[in-house]
Design a protein around this ligand. Structure first.
Ligand code: GDD
Ligand code: MN
Length: 382
């Protein structure tokens, strides 16, 4: 499994052989504000991985605490450490995918950089893969012998259990700990599913397993989730929402994307905002209906814009002047969306007034699809 690139022969007069061994194991460390933890972890890895040709790939989302700089300083004295600094993007899963795809090693591990994952498990994980019986080795907190230790608060432990059982029921994955962020996989297997993976949120492992449609031979090894050393967790409400989005999207067989689902949820919230604004403008401000309806539409579109900017397109989030321009294009897109909505609804309704319900729904769906397609191409274009 090792490749020896020996530059012998053409090494010149002395004929001294310089042997460079390519890494057989890449360890991807996604980081956001882990400047204090990365040096400690790399030190631990050096000790644990003696006898293995390894490399570390730090994928940092431009952390304000200077994690990239700290990592580069390590890289400057140890070429086994590489750093990918991403700008304008956020997301644990996306960072892991990028790290995996930047590897040329036969095996790739993903682990948290905050010292919660027990690095001494890595050699055992590698041995399992090399044994040839497994394609993916998952470090599990739920298999006999593993525990969540000090790693999770009781609220988090409870939430984590719900997330687990939902994943098992909805996606029928046979993983005891589908939310684990600690695993090792044959790179070619990860590469094969990479185009199907979602870059948002924390659920990279679940995504890999459910996207592989049962094609992976999985082995689970127990470990104890340690307490975070420095800094704080980035798992927040948005990450949780995103997780449910993934479950639904996968459950419906990938027919609808997580992004579209989120866009739809935001749209539904916009309807509530619209109705509340309409009512308030008429009752409290004494606006006549048409004016109130127009103003309420703008209130709802504005609220939708900011929610989408925050949630649906958090990875392409607009700031400053680009946000103002984005808001204006969003108004334009939605106005055309209303036309599409009314147009389609009318087409059905005119032909058969009895089908008002179908006409209304078809119009709304048409409007939503248009708004989604057009705003992702114009407002939040890549
Ligand atoms: N590049 C990048 N971008 N890295 C990130 C981001 C991000 O947006 N968000 C978090 N990370 C990094 C952190 O710096 C850390 O190294 C690792 O991802 C895990 O993040 P934590 O914020 O420490 O997550 P946690 O400890 O709350 O969650 C852990 O347990 C969950 C299940 O209970 C992680 O192992 C999760 O993967 C796991 O799902
Ligand atoms: Mn953590």
């Amino acid at each position: 499994a090792q490749i020896d690139r020996a530059s012998s022969g053409n090494a010149g007069a002395g004929g001294r052989e310089e042997i460079v061994r390519a890494a057989e194991l890449s360890i991807v460390l996604p980081t956001f504000n882990e400047a204090e933890n990365v040096p400690i972890l790399v030190g631990l890895l050096k000790d644990t991985l003696k006898g293995i040709d390894w490399e570390v790939i730090v994928v940092d989302d431009n952390s304000p605490d200077g994690t990239s700089d700290v990592s580069r300083r390590i890289a400057a004295i140890d070429p086994r450490v590489r750093v990918i600094r991403r700008i304008g993007r956020r997301g644990l899963s996306g960072a892991c995918i990028e790290g995996i795809l930047s590897s040329s090693a036969q095996y790739v591990a993903v682990m948290d950089a905050d010292l919660q994952h027990d690095e001494s498990l890595l050699p055992k994980m590698l041995a399992e893969l090399k044994g040839g019986e497994a394609d993916l080795v998952v470090a599990s907190r739920k298999v006999a012998g593993g525990t969540i230790g000090e790693g999770l608060s009781s609220v988090r432990a409870w939430g984590s259990n719900i997330a687990n059982s939902l994943a098992q029921k909805l996606l029928k994955v046979s993983l005891s700990d589908p939310m684990s962020g600690f695993f090792m996989i044959r790179r070619e297997k990860a590469e094969a599913v990479a185009p199907k993976l979602s870059a948002q949120g924390f659920k990279i492992l679940l995504d890999i397993v459910s996207s592989s449609d049962g094609a992976l031979r999985i082995k689970e090894l127990p470990f104890t989730f340690r307490e975070r050393q420095h800094g704080e967790s980035k798992l927040d409400t948005l990450v949780t929402l995103d997780y449910f989005g993934l479950l639904l999207a996968k459950y419906f067989g990938d027919a609808i994307s997580v992004r579209f689902l989120m866009f739809g949820l935001v749209g539904a919230s916009g309807l509530v905002v619209h109705l509340v604004a309409l009512r308030m403008l008429m009752v409290l401000e004494g606006f006549e209906f048409n004016l109130a309806q127009t103003v309420a539409s703008f209130v709802a579109m504005t609220s939708n814009f900011f929610l989408n900017n925050q949630l649906t397109y958090r990875d392409r989030r607009l700031h400053g002047i680009r946000m103002i321009v984005g808001l204006l294009t969003f108004y334009a897109v939605c106005s055309v969306g209303v036309l599409a909505n009314v147009g389609v609804a009318n087409l059905i309704y005119v032909n058969d007034a009895y089908w008002w319900f179908i006409a209304g729904t078809a119009g709304a769906v048409m409007g939503a699809v248009w708004n989604y397609a057009a705003s992702s191409a114009l407002t939040w274009r890549k």
